[in-house]
Design a binder for this molecule. Structure first.
Ligand code: IPM
Ligand code: MG
Length: 360
């Protein structure tokens, strides 16, 4: 039986529209092949929305997302708004959307694809076997905490890092459930030697662990974890942490696997999920057909798996990506600077679509 679904597409800024088109192309192909009907509803967000409507998250976009089956977002961010007040920055649209959807658990899987060992800065023997998931708390912590204030002239500023037990429990539960289906290790990342919030975090995650006896829990300080990710990345399975720590460490994982352009994410709550590549809007690459579409296409795979409960279709997309990389296709970000032979964004996308036809 085919599935009917309404998917909101938010291309956003910079390379966003190009990588969104790649993800849509793959989803259309999957729908045709597996007899599903996906209705795509494309809406404005970020700088594109600020220019057209004066708001980084117009009401029409918010409503369309809330009533959808899943939301795909490509990227927000535009240097033209760097000096704008916080509520008139493109990023404010994304933060408001995450909050409106209540997507508190952000899954950022990173693994080393066959053929890409050596593409990143790590020695191959260190990178080998890297396969981890960062579970980033996404609707609380430093990003949303109040009080917050900036007095540039007076030279003072405040941000706040609050968490409640309930917020920690629900994201930790997600991490443990994922670990149960993997190698059964959760690393909880905090800064409990300095921050009270981290002391609560550590205590609550330890309580949650008691309900998951099959999973081993370890705690690691965030500075030490940043170092271990480079020194011994393959020892990690699932990592769970507060919003800002997750933002920072997930970009580090981008470097470890060869390029930030490869990393997908799934943001899950109790309603529609939000699926977005981890990379940003990369304004300098925009409109050149050179960006890596794999982060976006792999996010479409997560949308199929977690947003629409279509695991076989998700596997097929991931398998196609794997195959194309194993066959040697490389966008510019995966090659040493200045090398010849890079495929374009659309070239990579079409290679993945063809590989879908020959997938299991
Ligand atoms: C990410 C991005 C966003 C974040 C920005 C664009 C607001 O860096 O998803 O990692 O900080 O969460
Ligand atoms: Mg980030």
């Amino acid at each position: 039986m085919g599935r009917r679904a309404r998917i909101v597409f938010l291309p956003g800024d910079g390379i966003g529209p190009e990588v969104a088109a790649a993800a849509m192309r793959v989803l259309e192909h999957v729908a045709a092949r597996h007899g599903h009907v996906f209705e795509f509803d494309t809406r404005l967000i970020g700088a594109a929305a600020l220019r057209a409507e004066g708001s980084p998250l117009p009401d029409a976009t918010r409503q369309a997302c809330l009533s959808s089956d899943a939301v795909f977002l490509a990227a927000v961010g535009d240097p033209a708004f760097d000096a704008a007040p916080p509520e008139r920055r493109p990023e404010a649209g994304l933060l408001a959307l995450r909050k409106a959807l209540g997507v508190y658990a952000n899954l950022r899987p990173g693994r080393l694809f066959a053929g890409l060992n050596g593409a990143g800065p790590l020695k191959p023997e260190i990178a080998r076997g890297l396969d981890l998931v960062i579970v980033r708390e996404l609707t609380g912590g430093l990003y949303y905490g109040t009080p917050r204030a900036l007095d540039l002239a007076g030279g003072t500023a405040v941000n706040t890092l609050p968490y409640t037990r309930a917020e920690i429990v629900r994201v930790a539960e997600v991490a443990f459930r994922i670990a149960e289906g993997r190698r059964k290790l959760v690393t909880s990342v905090d800064k409990s030697n300095v921050l009270e919030t981290s002391q609560l975090w550590r205590a609550v995650v330890t309580e949650v662990a008691a309900r998951h006896p099959g999973v081993k829990l370890e705690h690691q300080l965030v500075d030490s974890c940043a170092m271990s990710l480079v020194a011994t990345p393959s020892r990690f399975d699932v990592l769970v942490m507060e919003n800002l720590f997750g933002d920072i460490l997930s970009d580090e994982v981008g470097a470890l696997v060869g390029s930030l352009g490869l990393l997908p994410s799934a943001s899950l709550g109790d309603g529609p999920g939000l699926f977005e590549p981890v990379h940003g809007s990369a304004p300098t690459l925009a409109g050149k057909n050179v960006a890596n579409p794999i982060g976006a296409i792999a996010s479409a795979a997560l949308l199929l798996r977690h947003g629409l409960s279509l695991p076989a279709e998700a596997d097929a997309v991931e398998c196609a990506v794997e195959k194309v990389l194993a066959a040697g296709a490389r966008t510019a970000d995966l090659l040493p600077p200045g090398s010849a032979g890079a495929v374009s964004l659309t070239g990579m996308t079409e290679a993945i679509v063809s590989a879908l036809d020959t997938a299991r």
